[in-house]
Design a protein around this ligand. Structure first.
Ligand code: TXA
Ligand code: MG
Length: 336
């Protein structure tokens, strides 16, 4: 167990690293972020290099409280204050018209900026100690799975990070909901655990869906959030047969199931398959529990280097939208 003094010392070290223009990985309630001083364009450029991300993609600026919105954004609509009051600190990113002093490196040259107050004690301590905004994409290499533990960050980025703040595993487990408030109507750019329904209830109006010409947003690229193992979404009723079909072709199969129980060993033997070639994990039945576990389980199954990763498709209901979105992108990545 890490003591409070250890955390304070680590936060001081991380703050000093940011002030020097260094790169710090830190926990948030959603996923780990890879942070740099948002007002230091060279530091942000290093961040993009570490991540392997194209320089014209914008990053979210993390701030310590909603009062700091005005330092980063202009023409802030009243709806932003309403949403901030209801959901911050929390897993909601607001896209607003940028203030002129926001570096192009942060916005990818666009006229908007993404802002959020993360709900994690270590992130909030870091933001308070640092005082400024921290530009941070998820702490993974471009196009790969987001990290939900410090170990994931170490494995994926290692030496590319100057300092890693370890805050345990992330509670939410998938990236924030992104809502664009810079246009005529609020537009959902990325679904998350704060659902469209919850946003509409506060706003009192319907959201526009993602548009075809949305601003450059890697979260909106089909090849995002992908494990290395080819991932295939399979309807629950087809899962058992699909596993058998692949085992019969001598494929090594990893399965992320939800409602379909691990098949009986005799059953797989009867089908002529070698059970040791099939890793089967059962996910929580509820969407929040599922989101919390998703990346950690995908990281673990990906590390088995199976020939395929079969994922039981989650239900179609609205509460599953964010999870379905991440899985659909991970599956599509392999069809490019
Ligand atoms: O939960 C999260 O949002 C995590 C944690 C670390 O805060 N961050 C995260 O960052 O997921 P990233 O960069 O992996 O995804 C942020 C998404 C990207 O798709 C980016 O293009 C989009 O937000 N974004 C950032 N600023 C934007 C802007 N001004 N306009 C449109 N999209 C923007
Ligand atoms: Mg990301």
């Amino acid at each position: 167990m890490t003591s409070n003094t250890d955390i304070e010392v680590a936060v001081q070290e991380a703050t000093a690293t940011l002030r020097r223009g260094g790169i710090v990985a830190f926990p948030t309630e959603t996923v780990y972020g890879l942070g740099a001083d948002a007002e230091n364009p060279e530091a942000v450029a290093r961040l993009f290099m570490a991540k392997g991300r194209p320089a014209d993609h914008p990053v979210i600026v993390h701030i310590g409280d909603a009062e700091q919105l005005e330092r980063w954004a202009v023409d802030i609509p009243p709806s932003a204050a309403l949403l901030a009051q209801r959901f911050w600190p929390g897993p909601l990113t607001l896209i607003l018209k940028r203030d002129a002093r926001v570096p192009d490196a942060v916005t990818g040259g666009q006229d908007t900026v993404g802002l959020r107050v993360p709900d994690h004690p270590v992130a909030l301590a870091l933001l308070a100690a640092f005082g400024g905004g921290i530009a941070a994409p998820s702490a993974n290499r471009f196009g790969r799975l987001s990290p939900t533990t410090a170990a994931h960050v170490r494995t994926d980025l290692g030496e590319a990070v100057d300092y890693i703040l370890d805050g345990g595993s992330c509670q939410v487990g998938i990236e924030s909901t992104i809502l664009d408030l810079s246009g005529a109507r609020p537009r959902l750019l990325r679904p998350g655990v704060i659902t469209a329904d919850a946003l509409e209830a506060v706003l009192g109006e319907k959201l526009a869906g993602p548009s075809g010409n949305a601003p450059r947003s890697p979260g909106a690229l089909p090849s995002h959030y992908a494990p290395r193992t080819p991932l295939v979404l399979v309807p629950p009723e087809d899962l058992a047969a699909e596993v058998v079909r692949r085992l019969e072709k001598d494929e090594r199969v990893a399965v992320l199931a939800r409602s379909v129980a691990t098949p009986q060993i005799e059953w797989l033997f009867l089908s002529g398959s070698d059970f040791t070639e099939c890793a089967w994990q059962i996910m929580p039945a509820d969407p929040d529990g599922y989101a919390h576990e998703l990346y950690a389980r995908l990281h673990a199954l990906d590390a088995l280097h199976a020939d395929c990763l079969l994922v039981e498709a989650p239900p179609a209901e609205a509460v599953w939208q964010a999870v379905r979105d991440r899985l659909a992108r991970a599956a599509r990545a392999r069809l490019d």
